[in-house]
Design a protein around this ligand. Sequence first.
Ligand code: ADP
Ligand code: MG
Length: 346
Amino acid sequence: MDNTQQRTELSSLGEFGLIDHLTNKIELQHASTIKGVGDDAAVLDFEGKQIVVTTDLLTEGIHFNLMYVPLKHLGYKAVVVNLSDVFAMNAEPKQITVSIAISSKFSVEAIDELYSGIHLACEKYGIDLVGGDTTSSMTGLTISITAIGEVEKNKAVYRSGAQVNDLICVSGDLGGAYMGLQLLERENEVFKVNPKEQPKLEGYDYILERQLKPEARGDVVKALKKLDITPTAMIDISDGLSSEIMHICKNSKVGCAIYEEKIQMDYQTKKMADELSINPLVAALNGGEDYELLFTISMSDHDKIKNDPDITIIGHITEETSGTNLIIGDGNAVPLTAQGWNPVGK
Ligand code: ADP
Ligand code: MG
């Protein structure tokens, strides 16, 4: 499971020893963190700002497979997916808490790997780790992270604010994380049959990184602020574009028209999809885990955003009665479904 030579049993440290081992190097950076790890609770002070709080729970075998997910990457990703939710509220993440349940199959070195990824993400995004909980598990690893962020009063952006004629925008490209997962799954199956075979991962570094080491788009939130744009609605793309735009439409009581040709996909995403005979559009619409931001803006903000190379306008908001539609190549409208969209002929 971990490649390090040494194996220190968790029992040799005990719960308190382990917590101390994992947290003793933390240096707090935010004035809003009054007290971090080490008491019964953390103490925070946001001086009149509004607070956003979000939690994710990840379970071994359900949300991740340690056969091909390195623990360091898991720790990093577990933090990033929470930060992505904070950014999707138009807020700035400041603190996290980390709770883990671990079985005796993990060594201290393995948990160190997990925490090295957690600490790396905290460093990269400027986050204080202010607490958590540690317990044992009968089987695998469970990790739960809570992220706390701040936002100016009345600046939080909800799923419910989209208006008819607003432009629908997406950052980055889509479908890569899903195709990366398909590649890892395929190579894992090969490995199970023939453990001596080397995994064939060359040429797919981008989609592997999209799956194993995603980033949260705080840069997009910052860029929008700089352009003086407050999105009317926003959500992060954790479950695929289709499901996320439907959340916005349902909460905002509107419809949408999204143009197939506008959906950005990387070359590697398309190449992997081709290799596995998957329609890459299905990966973009239904794949998930891209952690890009999907947001709507008023049409009057169009000129501010049109030259941003990292943001694509993929459609517009319509009346609720028009439904949620994908406009395909020939101009026909195909209704989106929660599961995405079933390509004609498949
Ligand atoms: P309690 O008995 O009140 O639950 P703990 O002994 O579990 O306290 O925790 C002691 C301190 O260590 C608290 O500040 C807690 O938030 C922190 N902590 C516990 N587990 C973790 C962890 N896995 N990661 C980071 N901080 C932790
Ligand atoms: Mg505790």
